[in-house]
Design a protein around this ligand. Structure first.
Ligand SMILES: NC(=O)c1ccc[n+]([C@@H]2O[C@H](COP(=O)([O-])OP(=O)(O)OC[C@H]3O[C@@H](n4cnc5c(N)ncnc54)[C@H](OP(=O)(O)O)[C@@H]3O)[C@@H](O)[C@H]2O)c1
Length: 306
């Protein structure tokens, strides 16, 4: 390094925040770090707790909130988190995520998933290019078709761009149980690497047919809305988590809800959204420590509302 580079490096150093450690959350370097799961279509290992960006990253130009999200990304990465899920549907989220990842020097470390959400092949191509520009990426790990919108047009483009190495994986998502029958048909007819659907302790319909189908087809399952958009916390307000759950090391309802999901051997990943460091710590603990066994998992389902 020459003198000029050294001085420039020293000037830039304070702008790149250090990876932030959260209380009670094992760091990526520790043995107890976040559980990983294999992406079935490739065997690649990925941290099981991801980060959603729906409302929490849609903060526009608010500098204080943007700085807070840099800390969130840092703490997430320090715990071994890489999967971040966004969409052009989420207002400024993609560009806020792209900027936060640059500031935190994490652009290339993240496993970035976004979506295409528009009508028409040409418009889809334009939107996907725009997303990559906002995310500061020339390539993306995962491009998903959002809510099945014009999926036939977009699938042609995504398959072509995947073959060209622009996308590593192809996915399809939905927010609604009402779309599960159509998702089944699409999954059976075409090759996907990822399926993203609503699944939580209060919304388990997907485990009847769709999740087993994905498992049989070798498609990774990502659970979205794992807290039913935050509503689960209202349902347990003022209630202690069951004593037996505390005894196996579960310290919060967030951890309880996420461990319930990740204890399934057919759901690989979960993407809770938060903008608060203490909630992030909770959520990250949901992907480390003891994995509830089958019996404990069904007890979790029975006991949370008892
Ligand atoms: N069709 C689709 O593709 C689709 C549909 C839905 C969702 N998604 C994806 O899935 C992600 C997750 O879903 P979601 O954002 O709708 O809902 P969610 O993750 O189920 O819930 C988010 C809410 O829970 C709160 N929260 C998070 N962690 C908490 C904790 N430890 N303790 C207490 N409260 C906590 C958050 O508020 P705080 O900020 O205050 O923590 C926020 O209000 C989305 O962000 C998006 O990336 C995709």
């Amino acid at each position: 390094m020459n003198r000029k580079e050294f001085i420039l490096g020293s000037l830039l150093l304070p702008l790149v925040p250090r990876l932030e450690a959260l209380p009670g959350v094992p760091a990526v370097s520790e043995r107890k770090a976040m559980w990983k799961a294999k992406i079935p279509s490739s065997g690649e290992l990925l941290g099981r707790v991801g980060l959603g960006t729906y409302k929490n990253f849609d903060v526009g130009n608010d500098e204080g909130k943007r700085q807070n999200l840099v800390r969130i990304l840092n703490a997430f990465a320090n715990a071994g988190g890489t999967l971040v899920d966004s969409s052009p549907m989420y207002g400024s989220s993609e560009s806020v995520l792209g900027a936060a990842a640059s500031t935190a020097d994490l652009v290339e470390r993240l496993f970035v998933a976004t979506k295409v959400w528009t009508q028409g092949q040409q418009e889809g191509e334009r939107q996907m290019r725009d997303s990559m520009r906002k995310l500061n990426r020339k390539k993306l790990e995962l491009m998903q078709i959002h809510n099945l919108v014009d999926w036939k047009s977009h699938l042609r483009t995504i398959a072509k761009w995947k073959a060209e190495g622009i996308f590593k994986y192809v996915g399809i998502t939905h927010y609604s149980v009402g779309a599960f029958a159509e998702l089944e048909q699409v999954l059976k007819a075409h090759k996907f690497d990822f399926l993203q659907i609503p699944y939580s302790i209060a919304e388990t319909e997907a485990e009847r047919r769709l999740i087993p189908l994905a498992f049989d087809l070798g498609v990774a399952v990502v659970a979205n809305e794992p807290f039913d958009k935050g509503r689960l916390f209202g349902r347990v307000r003022g209630k202690a988590i069951p004593t037996w759950a505390q005894e196996i090391g579960i310290t919060s309802w967030a951890e309880y809800f996420l461990k319930f999901i990740l204890a399934s051997d057919q759901i690989q990943f979960v993407i809770p959204a938060t903008s608060k460091l203490e909630h992030l710590a909770d959520n990250l603990r949901g992907g480390s420590g003891i994995v509830p066994n089958r019996e404990q998992r069904s007890k979790m389902r029975n006991d949370w509302l008892a």
